[in-house]
Structures are given as C-alpha cells and as structure tokens.
Design a protein around this ligand. Structure first.
Ligand code: F6P
Length: 320
C-alpha cells in the first residue's frame, strides 16, 4: 500500500482535526502518502483534494470543526455518485480510504466498500447514535459545551425563579439530553426513545415551585419535540416563569476536550495500522476502552444505538 486518503463527512465535530493529524502522522511514519479529500464525499466526486504533510496538520489538533471541510452529499445516495467516487479514488491511485463521520457518512463508506474500495470508518458525530462504539468522536466536547451553557443558564434561572427548556441536538437520539441532565442536575430530559407525560411533568414542576425551588431545567432532545412549542404548552401550568433556549450548532464547535483528543489519536492511528494489516470494510469503535473493528454492514444494519437504560434510571433517580 502506497497511498491512502482521508475525508471528513456529514456534520463536523470537534476532534476531526486531531484525528486527521494522527492519520497523517501515522501514514508518514509508515512511508505512506496521504491525501486529504476536501468537503467530504462531495469533494471525492468533484476531485477536490490535497496531498497532506506534517505542515498541513500543524496547529490543528486543538481546533474544532474540520480543516478539510465537510458536506452532506446527496449524490452519494445514488449509484452514479457512488460509482464516480470509487472511480475517482482508483484514478488517484488511492489504495485505502478513511472516512470520519456519522451514520450517513458510514453508509457512504459501506457503499464504497461494496465497490471494492478498502475503507475504514471512524465514528464521528456529536449525536452518539452510532452502534458498536461506546463513544463517537466529538460527543464529549459537545457534552462539555452543553454543560457550560446549562451551568450559565442555571445562574440566571435561579436568580428569577424560572424554568428553562434547553434543546439539545442529537437527531433521533436522546443521549446528549440524558447525559447532560445527569451532569448538570436537570429535572427532566425529554428524549425520543422514551414516552413522556407532559401533564404529570407540569404537576411535579408546580409542586417543586410551591416548595420554593428557585429554578428548573428541562433538557429537550431535538428528536423529542420542539422545545419552544413544549415551553408554550407548559408555561402557564408550572408556576415558574418559563424561558426556552435552543443550543443549536453552538454544541458542535470549540476546542476538543482531552478525552476527544485522545480518542482522535487512537482512532487515527488504529485506522492506518489496520488498513496496513489488510483490514477493510469495517468501522473502528471504542468498546470497553479498547479499539474494536466491526463490519460496516453490521454497523449500518443495527440502526441507531439504543439509549442505555441504566443512564435513564440514573437521570430519573437523581432528579427527585
Ligand atoms: O448529526 C449531527 C447534527 O448536529 C445533529 O445533531 C443535527 O440534527 C444535525 O447534525 C444538524 O445538521 P446541519 O448542521 O446540517 O444543520
């Protein structure tokens, strides 16, 4: 193997740059040429790329986002786009591809694997909805961003006897809302995986208000409903004055945490080492603190990673 390529795809997340740096450095240490495809699969179809060197990845480790840039590429869902992407890789003399991204990007990676591209996927998405990994890259940084925001919100909420609905990202996965509820002491986390009874929640919040609590925080995963609308529904029923904040893309950026930097380094190095060993058509995951490969077919076939019931129970037990 002489030349491999890397791309970052889908929603960016913190740690992508650190992972690309680890990939570049691991390649150069093994005398492999490494090219960076710009703008994800779109760049692969349109042939936007650059040869990467240590200089290309100097001073990027601590930066959020992705210097290679990313895109959501509709053409990769079509046979024609997939064929062109595979042909372009062959034309560039690329013998192995590393794809960083979430479920859509890993589907793209699988499509290429089925066209005989030797590909390794790295789970990178703040949603933590990818199965066969305990954590995806970027999740820890997003959680820290959310925690910082909620801590600030609690200061102002408790100064005014207010309840805040805080909407987190995550698509159809409630992981960010549940974990941040535990980490920030929120009263509730409304998530798509679990039904919730808004009337019962209102009664309980009113009881707490009457007991003299100074604030309430309700985390709302975007997949569970629109926090603004839920806020409108409950505002006259809970005693607390109500405000809503949608954290949005704020969650995705910023300097990666040490956890994400370390995970990026491990994923990046393991991707190169495994390609060199002849592994392909697989996704790396962090399972019980170890790097584990799982066939992309299994990853995609498993659908969304289910929410951990123990986490849910912990959030409920601590929110009395
Ligand atoms: O998948 C990552 C994610 O941030 C989701 O949590 C969110 O729903 C979506 O991407 C937002 O996508 P975009 O950046 O295209 O608006």
């Amino acid at each position: 193997m002489k030349r491999i390529a890397v791309l970052t795809s889908g929603g960016d997340c913190s740690g992508m740059n650190a992972a690309v740096r680890a990939i570049v450095r691991s390649c150069l240490a093994s005398n492999l040429e490494i090219i960076g495809i710009q703008k994800g699969f779109q760049g692969l179809i349109d042939r936007y790329y650059e040869v990467l060197s240590t200089k290309s990845v100097s001073n990027v480790l601590q930066r959020g986002g992705t210097f290679l840039q990313s895109a959501r590429c509709k053409e990769m869902y079509d046979e024609a786009g997939q064929r062109l992407a595979a042909e372009n890789l062959a034309g560039l003399g690329v013998e192995g591809l590393i794809v960083l991204g979430g479920d859509g990007s890993l589907k793209g990676a699988l499509a290429l694997a089925k066209r005989h591209v030797r590909v390794i996927g790295i789970p990178a998405s703040i949603d933590n909805d990818i199965p066969f990994t305990d954590m995806a890259l970027g999740v820890d940084t997003a959680l820290n961003n959310i925690a910082r925001a909620v801590d600030n919100i609690k200061d102002t909420a408790s100064s005014h006897d207010r309840a805040f609905l805080v909407e987190t990202m995550g698509r159809n996965c409630g992981y960010l809302a549940v974990v941040s509820a535990i980490a920030c002491g929120a009263e509730y986390s409304l998530i798509p995986e679990e039904p919730f009874d808004l009337e019962a929640i209102c009664q309980e919040l009113r009881r707490r208000y009457q007991q003299g609590r100074s604030n309430s925080i309700i985390m709302v995963a975007e997949g569970a409903g629109n926090a603004q609308k839920i806020g409108e529904q409950i505002k006259d029923k809970i005693g607390f004055e109500t405000r809503t904040i949608v954290l949005g893309h704020y969650q995705r950026g910023g300097s990666p945490t040490v956890f994400d930097r370390l995970l990026a380094a491990r994923f990046g190095q393991a991707a190169v080492v495994n390609l060199l060993k002849g592994e392909h058509g697989k996704m790396l995951g962090l399972i019980n603190s170890r790097m584990v490969l799982t066939p992309l077919d299994d990853v995609i076939g498993a659908g969304i990673r289910p929410i951990d019931k123990l986490l849910l129970r912990l959030a409920n037990n601590l929110a009395i």
